[in-house]
Design a protein around this ligand. Sequence first.
Ligand SMILES: [Zn+2]
Length: 393
Amino acid sequence: MAWHNIIGQHRVKNILTRAIAEKRIAHAYCFWGAEGIGKDALALEFAKVMNCEQPRNNAEGIIEACGTCKSCHQAAHIQHPNIQFIFSLPAAKAASSDKDGGMGTSPILKLSDDQIHLIQEQLKIKAANPYHNIAIPNAAQIRIASIREVKKQISMSSSQRGRRFVIISEADAMNQEAANAFLKTLEEPSSQVTIILTTSRREQLLSTILSRCQQIRCDALFDEDIANALVAQHHIPLEEARLAARLADGSYSKATELLGEDLRQLRIEIVNLLRLMLTPRFVQKFTYELEALVGKGSADRDRTKLERMLILLLTWIRDAYALSVSEREDTIINIDQIEDLKRFVGRFGVSGNLDAAARAIEQAIERLRRNVNATLILTTLALEVRRILYRAL
Ligand SMILES: [Zn+2]
């Protein structure tokens, strides 16, 4: 990693690199914002640059880690003596571990061999891809044993050059006991140590903790930035990357998860449904297809699928709109279906109608999120889209 490998977040990178250049590093930060947008990536890179043996200015005058020194190598593997990376762990075998004052033993050492192995695997993945959400079964909390370990590390003198960092990933997972212990640590800042909390649920953190941190908001990512990163890192076609990005709400890790799902198939299904909406005497067929598609219930899983389908339909209609007003094809998301799109535009391409149809779909997505009956939403939408697209033809 280097700053330029972190997707988007230019404002935050600016704040951090300026702090490094001016040697004004706070003793505690809270990086907050939605899941999967790179908060841990920023924290890890910050710690790496501050510990690099030969940091240098890049072409834009920004301080970068060299990426090749021993320190950079250790930091890149999250195995740096100066960088403690804290995250939720499962409860230890001995249930008393939270109470026994177990100073001096790493909380990890109390776990089973299988658990330790799993944690090491997860850390390896995290090191290779800092956008990875560490997932360990039964690990919903950051426990006091982890915070005690932090305290112990901070209190020991370090022979390492550079600056010590404690990164607490998804810090809102600290249980009450851990949070109270951590607050004491924050109240006694050490000039040698910087603590970074990352969280996508800032409201869950104690206000007494937040008030002692410099809070830095991290923004959701732009679709285009996500799509380009997906192409670069997963070597997938741009149109597939754009579909995933469009559905990911600005979260890179969510977009990565979506790659495993067959979005193209989902899109084929919804575009077929659109075709059906526009055929004569569509109602009976439509109801039948709808049930096959949505299922009769409205389980959350079906709703997620349905929402994705409507968003895909929206990208399709927006593409048609774009084609109806301009010949340019470079912003078209569903570029692999360009011939179908052109035919559709040839038949229904009154741009005002396409725009209205897009808004009807947006409203349907809103209603779906408000938990209105899914079949009702789709039937209403079908009638609405049909009425809009056939008017003034
Ligand atoms: Zn270096």
